[in-house]
Design a protein. Structure first.
Length: 171
């Protein structure tokens, strides 16, 4: 077992998160797979060909051996909007609308760089941001990343924080 390769993989993920590294790969636009249903679940068993990472790696490529030999990078482990949408379609066909909406929202957020997403998450904690800062995040999500569902959640949070005195300076 080569601990160095695992360490390098973890370091790469952490470095990307702290430097805001954006993949040179084109951002994939969330899209549906064309009507996945409960019959397609579990996807890994029934449709492994649907599963591709942001770098195009297949499910078969994601192995401990490839981690150990240094073949995999942090980007090789990132999910695509397409498979998240497919999982959402499966949830919808199973009558699980709430889970479906979560998958749809997650598919939007794959476009946001990891470091920026972590900054947004921290900004949403009580007393961390002004209403204007939260609204700016919502606009960024909507305009820059086409994440309209998440943008609406942030706008809603800004309104609730204002009513409940949870904005920066309210404590």
């Amino acid at each position: 077992m080569n601990d160095k390769n695992i360490e390098n993989l973890v370091r790469g993920i952490l470095q990307e998160m702290t430097t805001g590294g954006v993949s040179t790969l084109e951002r994939e636009t969330p899209q549906t797979t064309g009507g996945a249903t409960v019959a397609d679940y579990p996807v890994a068993q029934k449709h492994p060909e649907w599963i591709k990472t942001k770098t195009g790696k297949t499910l078969e490529d994601i192995t401990l051996a490839n981690v150990m030999n240094g073949t995999l990078t942090p980007d090789d482990l990132k999910i695509t909007p397409r498979i998240l949408k497919a999982q959402g379609e499966i949830a919808t066909s199973a009558g699980r609308k709430s889970i479906s909406r979560n998958f749809t929202r997650a598919s939007e957020l794959t476009a946001v760089p990891d470091a920026r997403l972590l900054e947004m998450y921290n900004a949403l904690r009580p007393y961390r941001s002004s209403k204007e800062e939260l609204l700016a995040i919502a606009t960024e999500l909507e305009v820059q990343y086409s994440a309209t569902i998440s943008a609406n959640y942030v706008r809603e949070a800004a309104e609730h924080y204002e009513k409940r005195k949870k904005l920066k300076g309210d404590n």
